[in-house]
Design a protein around this ligand. Structure first.
Ligand code: MLT
Length: 248
């Protein structure tokens, strides 16, 4: 039994994901937005690599059935219905719709994960729900990888801290567990900020950039631990809610 943390896509190798249960973390903001959209009744989220891919994908759906969503440089693209702010993915905006989402790092990280047994989308807003799913997978004998989307394939402080929180919760009282060094480092970062997630976000480069771009309220949403207790599972190129009909 082991939990490995990958600090950014530049470190990701096929062994990190093959046959494992993988949690993809992009706290600011894609993971959070996905949890919010699913809780608010989105039928599914389809992650895509680029805005062009999102538009191409939308052509397979009826106009009223989807929302085109996402960001580049934090802002909604022209012709898109929604940006990547969790505050935009309200029930009114997404209920009953398929959200076709493209973001700079988060959706790319999801698309980069290959060969996993299960892929789940993790953030602070669904911390306890996703931790419980991961812990049960671990106790059932699965190895876990926590893949931080990071920033431009590199380390991002907020994703590392969130990974550390997951390591802490998932590994509690499991004596025979192995952790890689990144998992140990992530727990130290989590401990440094503790429950003061606004201090974490206001320290991290992407958190500061979001605040400067007018998205300070998004930081508050992303810091609301367990406010959207959903388990988003990525399978067959779409993300849906784990429910009674889709138990692991
Ligand atoms: C990403 O995927 O890079 C982020 O979610 C960017 C953002 O904050 O919108």
């Amino acid at each position: 039994m082991r939990i490995d943390v990958v600090f950014g896509l530049q470190q990701l190798t096929p062994q990190d994901t093959q046959g494992r249960v993988v949690a993809v973390i992009d706290v600011l903001r894609a993971s959070t937005t996905i949890a919010v959209a699913l809780t608010n009744g989105a039928r599914a989220i389809i992650p895509t690599e680029s805005p062009d891919d999102a538009v191409t994908r939308s052509k397979h759906l009826e106009r009223g059935a989807y929302r085109l969503a996402g960001e580049r440089r934090m802002l909604k693209m022209e012709g898109f219905d929604l940006g990547n702010s969790p505050l935009e993915h309200t029930r009114e905006a997404v209920e009953g719709k398929t959200v076709i989402l493209t973001t700079t790092n988060g959706t790319r990280a999801l698309l980069a994960v290959q060969g996993a047994r299960d892929v789940v989308v993790a953030s602070y807003v669904n911390l306890t729900a996703v931790s419980a799913m991961l812990r049960s997978a671990l106790r059932g004998g699965a190895d876990i990888s926590l893949v931080c989307a990071g920033q431009d394939r590199q380390f991002a402080l907020e994703d590392a801290a969130c990974a550390g929180r997951y390591v802490h919760l998932v590994s509690r009282r499991l004596a025979t567990l192995e952790l890689n060094d990144a998992a140990l480092a992530a727990t130290l970062i989590d401990r440094k900020y503790g429950d003061n997630l606004m201090r974490l976000f206001n320290t991290a480069a992407h958190g500061r950039a979001l605040a400067a771009a007018g998205f300070a309220d998004d930081l508050t949403s992303c810091a609301a631990v367990n406010s959207f207790p959903v388990v988003p599972i990525y399978q067959d190129r779409q993300i849906t809610k784990l429910g009674p009909e889709r138990e692991r």
